[in-house]
Design a protein around this ligand. Structure first.
Ligand code: 0A1
Ligand code: ZN
Length: 864
């Protein structure tokens, strides 16, 4: 980075001067010198200026032609990031010849080499590293792509669309030609060339189209393809049934790649996946990974409509495709397994990580107003909070209108680059609802707090709830608008939920109601009742807010025992556990007997879903604990450990019984039933090991027929016992890079007695590789977010170490470096001693003259 990077503003959006209707791309692949010839059919926008602007980065320009004539150096202007050609014609052909070096590309954007294959990653702005092009999502073109490569090195040549032609050439080379009839932006372009094997299948769409499905992997991974292919077929049927969306080509390819910055990418008909997000088999893959893979396969597939057929006008609209697609994949996962469990998992993630982001220096609205580097905005806010916003729309208008709105959105915007307003307009039209007040969810950052107080009048039997919303935004109420917050609620009495007389109360027996809080303050009156109700609020987590209530511990225990809403039951136990951790900061702490009783009852409730029981007994994550002000992470870590030990002691008999009566299946399935049972059993095992009893875990480690059970046993032993089979595990799985990553992650999060030198040693393992984002994340990501005692060491050494590693990785891979830096941005929340040490590291990074744009944005905004 040579100059101060500039900020891009949504308010500055202008359509391109020239768009591209068709492009012919020709790749002559050689590892260090790949020649790309791009021939673009361009048209000037009626209001466009007479200048063609192309983006390009780190390209060697060989030649450029306008309408068949090669341009001389003075006829165009070129700088580090663009090339512009003055041109007063309206219909032109531009041909650009460039050369690139895939082998040296460690940023993993554009065309690069991963293991033995060449592959691309173009979202958001990677295409400009391949050729000069108007690399912006509102330029939609059809693509014909010719790929030529060495036949032995790259027997498989893939791009988007359908294969038109292939053949042999001289010098042991061969070629293939692909044509994609659907106009698309450059970020959806993809190319793969390598020595790959495929597992294949066929899907017949609702209208009878036969679609060939291929999952391309390295030959050694062919036994890890079944699950993703099945998940893909489930996704294809689901999208037909739930959203009326059919697949539109005769071919759908997925390729698994080891070196990948993110989870996966929805390139038209050629999805590229991080191998950790697609390869699976029971012996090496945990239940959680199976479920994640199913969700990501679905997510990328669903993008074919929400993202590809209808794309984004500009990158500020990113949540248009991502928020909607995350919502769609969450609905899918809910339908495939347990809806309640999926909801609790998503809420736990949102509260632990998105709330922290929304309260930190990089907080931004679901639709940001500005950015320096768009890669920094693939965030939990754009994805997860964006999905919550779509969920609220569904809640507010109901399922039928939501489906009508989505049909209208797809039909009306098909083949175009749309905005969030286009999505909302379709929902408004389908439902007859005015969304103008709702739009603030897209433009106001920060997590709103909703404060609720109860008023019960014993004599009249009337019960009131007073709500107040507080926005954590500078300048107070005058500068911001109150949000429209749907609060799903019930009022519980001794014999169950009470009937709510309010108009529009939802459930058949009028016991549930979605109250719309759209003012800063409002009060609702219920009753008369002949008993004081206990409120069950924000059921199913109906809005992404922090609910601050005044419920007593007794009321919370009542909800845990009696509510029918799984989220509220879980949330109530989390609230009690959080309060317990707060109390456990004192040395004289002992577990509250009433809480112990309540937890014992949950654990003993054999009629309840085992996964829900397990989550109710899981302590809040450190990311959640560390929210707030003047946080002492190490004190909280110690307090949490005390609560854990106390629960282990109090409920030991129950935990031992669950462990002793462990159910196992000969036929492993990542089904809701088996996953839930393993979750509960492994939770109990963890508590038992915490007590110092290791034999059951040791036996489970040795005999498990699946990675979920083996890793759970290893994790508990590694965390709580001196003798653990880590070395055995590493040698058992020496050939499986993905399993080794989980071992690295576990080692990097070692809590007690570990030193920085131990972490350093992992990076010297022969399987470690600084250029591979999965490995880097396994070690330094876990260190920064999962190793409280070492990362937050009082002398600042943990911060210094992560800072050093971030700088090192930034030299080759800015996207990964800037993500790894996230734990270093939270200094303002920390108690003074931590805060000063962390800030010092950020200042050191800020003073480094060679920071990438990505890291510069994170570091500079954190220090503002
Ligand atoms: N669109 C992909 C995720 C993705 C985003 C950015 C990337 O590079 C900066 C790569 C992938 C998805 O939502 O799955
Ligand atoms: Zn996505």
């Amino acid at each position: 980075m040579s100059m101060q990077p500039s900020t891009i503003y949504l308010a500055d959006y202008r359509p391109p001067n020239f768009s591209v209707s068709h492009v012919e791309l020709d790749f002559d692949i050689h590892p260090t010198q790949t020649r790309v010839v791009s021939t673009m059919t361009m048209k000037r926008h009626p209001q466009g200026e007479a200048i063609i602007v192309l983006n390009g980065f780190e390209l060697t320009l060989i030649a450029i032609e306008l309408n068949g004539r090669e341009l001389l150096a003075g006829e165009y202007h070129r700088d580090e990031e663009s090339l512009s050609i003055p041109c007063d014609e309206f219909d032109v052909t531009v041909r650009v010849i460039t050369e690139i070096n895939p082998l040296d590309n460690k940023a993993l954007e554009g065309l690069y080499r991963s293991a033995s294959m060449f592959c691309t990653q173009c979202e958001a702005e990677g295409f400009r590293r391949i050729s000069y092009f108007p690399d912006r999502p509102d330029v939609l073109a059809t693509y014909r792509v010719r790929i030529e490569a060495d036949k032995a090195e790259c027997p498989v040549l893939l791009s988007n669309g359908n294969l038109e032609l292939s053949g042999e050439l001289d010098n042991q080379r061969h070629f293939s030609v692909w044509y994609d009839p659907f106009p698309k932006p450059s970020y959806l372009f993809a190319l793969v060339a390598g020595d790959l094997s495929a597992q294949s299948d066929v899907f017949v769409t609702a209208s009878g189209r036969e679609v060939a499905l291929h999952l391309y992997v390295e030959a050694k991974d062919l036994d890890k393809c079944d699950f993703a292919l099945e998940a893909l077929k489930r996704s294809m049927i689901w999208d037909e049934e739930k959203y009326g969306r059919e697949y539109d080509l005769d071919l759908f390819n997925i390729v698994a790649v080891d070196d990948f910055n993110m989870g996966a990418m929805e390139n038209k008909s050629l999805n590229i996946f991080n191998s950790s997000c697609v390869l699976a088999k029971p012996e090496t893959t945990t239940d959680q990974a199976f479920q994640r893979i199913e969700g990501i396969v679905a997510h990328e597939y669903f993008h074919n409509w929400s993202g590809n057929r209808v794309t984004c006008r500009d990158w500020f609209q990113l949540s248009l495709k991502e928020g909607f697609t995350v919502y769609r994949d969450a609905q899918f996962s809910a339908d495939m397994g347990s809806a309640a469990v999926k909801r609790i998992e998503d809420v736990a993630l949102l509260r632990a990580r998105q709330f922290a982001e929304d309260a930190g220096p990089l907080a931004h609205p679901v639709r940001p107003a500005s950015y320096i580097e768009i890669s920094n905005f693939y965030t939990l806010t754009v994805y997860e909070k964006g999905a919550e916003v779509v969920r609220m729309i569904n809640t507010l208008i109901g399922d039928d209108a939501f489906r009508k709105g989505s049909d209208l959105y797809f039909d009306r915007n098909d083949g175009t680059a749309a905005t969030i307003e286009d999505f909302i307009a379709a929902m408004a039209e389908a439902s007859g609802r005015d969304f103008s007040a709702f739009m603030s969810w897209y433009s106001q950052a920060g997590t709103p707090e909703v404060h609720v107080t109860e008023r019960w009048d014993e004599t009249s039997g009337f019960y009131e709830l007073a709500f107040e919303q507080r926005l954590p935004l500078a300048g107070g109420r005058e500068n911001w608008k109150p949000l429209v917050i749907p609060i799903r609620l019930s009022l519980l009495g001794e014999a169950g939920a009470l009937a709510i007389q309010q108009a529009g109360a939802e459930s058949a027996d009028n016991t549930e109601w979605v109250y719309e809080l759209d003012q800063y303050e409002a009060t609702v009156k219920f009753g008369p009742f002949n008993e004081r109700p206990v409120p069950s609020l924000l059921r199913d987590f109906s809005a992404p807010v922090k609910l601050v209530d005044t419920l007593t511990d007794e009321q919370l225990r009542f909800l845990i025992a009696r509510d029918t809403d799984a989220y509220v039951r879980w949330d109530s136990s989390q609230k009690l556990l959080l309060a317990e951790i707060e109390r456990a900061k004192s040395d004289s702490y002992s577990l509250c007997p009433k809480l112990s009783e309540a937890l014992a009852a949950v654990l003993a409730d054999d009629a309840a879903d085992p996964a829900l029981r397990a989550y109710s007994l899981s302590l809040p994550s450190e990311a959640l604990l560390q929210q707030g002000e003047s946080v002492d992470p190490v004190a909280l870590f110690t307090a949490k450990d005390r609560v854990k030990a106390a629960i282990a002691t109090e409920l030991q008999e129950q935990f031992r019984t669950i462990v002793a009566q462990r159910v196992s299946w000969d036929q492993y399935q990542p089904s809701a039933e088996q996953v839930g049972q393993r979750l509960l059993q492994n939770l109990a095992l963890d508590y038992v090991v915490k007590l110092g009893e290791c034999s059951a875990a040791e036996a489970q480690f040795a005999s498990a027929n699946n990675m979920t059970d083996q890793l759970a046993a290893l994790r508990s032993l590694f965390r709580y016992a001196d003798r653990h089979p880590m070395a055995e595990f590493i040698s058992q799985w020496a050939e499986d890079g993905l399993v080794l990553n989980t071992a690295f992650a576990l080692q990097a999060s070692a809590r007690d007695g570990a030193t920085l030198a131990d972490i350093q040693r992992i990076t010297e393992h022969q399987a470690f590789d600084f250029d591979n984002p999965n490995k880097v994340r396994a070690v330094f990501g876990s260190f920064g977010s999962d190793n409280t005692p070492l990362f937050h060491a009082k002398d600042g050494s943990g911060y210094e170490y992560l800072g050093d590693m971030v700088l090192k990785i930034d030299e080759s891979n800015p996207q990964t470096a800037s993500r790894l830096a996230a734990p270093l941005t939270r200094w303002r929340n920390l108690a003074p001693a931590y805060s000063a040490a962390m800030k010092a590291v950020l200042e050191r990074l800020a003073g480094c003259p060679t920071l990438s744009k990505d890291l510069y944005e994170v570091v500079s905004k954190s220090l503002l």
